[in-house]
Write a protein that binds this ligand. Structure first.
Ligand code: ATP
Ligand code: MG
Length: 330
């Protein structure tokens, strides 16, 4: 079976709607056809300063949310990045193959750096894409389900795999991005020109929000002062974003929704979408609580995941280190 790898940061205590529609939905679906490795990428998370106690809690929350969404630890390898030291061992080698200018062109670095005080822009935030390449290349990954915002990082991973292979001999599989066509980029509800993101707490539907609060966020989403419900991302970004979200959550196409809401106002659309979300979140959150209430079981899942991941990752690092010319440990 072809291999899938993807990761999600435990940045906050909750996933957001964009994570689900852009990536996690595909994580779940690909379990049926692929050998999947899914990772809570806590090492990536400290590229922006984090409180230790919060990070620990958020990492457990992230694992519980993945299980509650349907990641099945019997079929997929679910683990925490810092439990598998091979990620940092390989990332060093890849950092040394990454050009400074190449890394400086990453738009996510530029965006995130612009949001930080200067003294908080860490070298780790800058080298993050090399660590992400290591995450992927360690597992001989064929396919990486991610949202549109990761396309550039994935392109770098592909380049690094090819660069390593041509310099040291064929070692890494060159991975393909798997990005949805319809829901690749979900926008912030208060600023529908910005990406919805865990680390920007404005118009974000958080999966651990009280379902009533989530519905309220949809009701107060920024739209425009026309009244027709029509998909037109250029002129009507707010309404278009709501239609894409609605379509993603229900499987009804955008044109079907346009037809169904012809003659209705934004209020109707928002009320119905709010109900769709709250019907999704209520049972999801009760499953999350069940996983969080049984920390021993959660630990067991993560321990087994880390063991399975290490078995693959250690072999890759051994080969890569040998090709680079490091002496075998004596
Ligand atoms: P952070 O602000 O900490 O970067 P994030 O919400 O961007 O948080 P990540 O952990 O960086 O979350 O990304 C997890 C996955 O979710 C990635 O595959 C990413 O492409 C996807 N993703 C994140 N935001 C969106 C979005 N607004 N629309 C579609 N996909 C998204
Ligand atoms: Mg992100």
């Amino acid at each position: 079976r072809p291999r899938v790898f993807s990761g999600i940061q435990p940045t906050s205590g909750s996933f957001q709607l964009g994570n689900y529609l852009g990536a996690l939905r595909n994580w779940i679906a690909l379990q049926d056809t692929h050998d999947a490795f899914y990772c809570v990428v806590d090492l990536h998370s400290i590229t922006i300063p984090k409180e230790p106690e919060e990070l620990r809690e958020n990492t457990r929350n992230a694992a519980a949310q993945l299980l509650a969404l349907g990641i099945d630890p019997e079929r997929s390898t679910l683990f925490v990045q810092s439990h598998v030291p091979e990620h940092t061992r390989l990332s060093w080698v890849l950092e040394c193959l990454t050009g400074y200018g190449e890394a400086a062109r990453m738009t996510q670095f530029k965006d995130k750096a612009a949001r930080q005080e200067d003294e908080h822009v860490s070298v780790g935030l800058f080298t993050y894409p090399a660590l992400m390449a290591a995450d992927i290349l360690l597992y001989g990954t064929d396919l990486v389900p991610v949202g549109e915002d990761q396309r550039q990082h994935l392109e770098l991973s592909r380049n690094l795999a090819q660069r390593f292979n041509s310099r040291f001999g064929r070692t890494f599989v060159v991975p393909e991005a798997h990005i949805p066509t319809d829901t690749a980029r979900i926008f912030d509800l208060q600023d529908p020109t910005a990406k919805m993101s865990k680390s920007l707490p404005s118009g974000v539907v958080e999966f651990m929000d009280d379902p009533k609060r989530a519905a309220k966020k949809i009701r107060s989403a920024v739209t425009d002062n026309e009244r027709d419900i029509r998909y037109d991302p250029e002129n009507k970004p707010g309404v278009s974003n709501l239609l894409v979200i609605y379509s993603g959550m229900t499987g009804r196409s955008v044109s079907e929704l346009e037809a169904a809401y012809e003659g209705s106002g934004y209020g109707d659309l928002k009320k119905d979408l709010g109900a769709v979300l709250s019907d999704f979140l209520t049972p999801f959150q009760s499953r999350v609580r069940q996983y969080l209430d049984d920390p021993a079981e959660l630990d067991k899942v993560l321990r087994r995941g880390a063991e399975r991941a290490r078995a693959v990752a250690a072999e890759t690092v051994r080969t890569a280190y040998d090709r680079v010319g490091f002496l075998p440990p004596v």
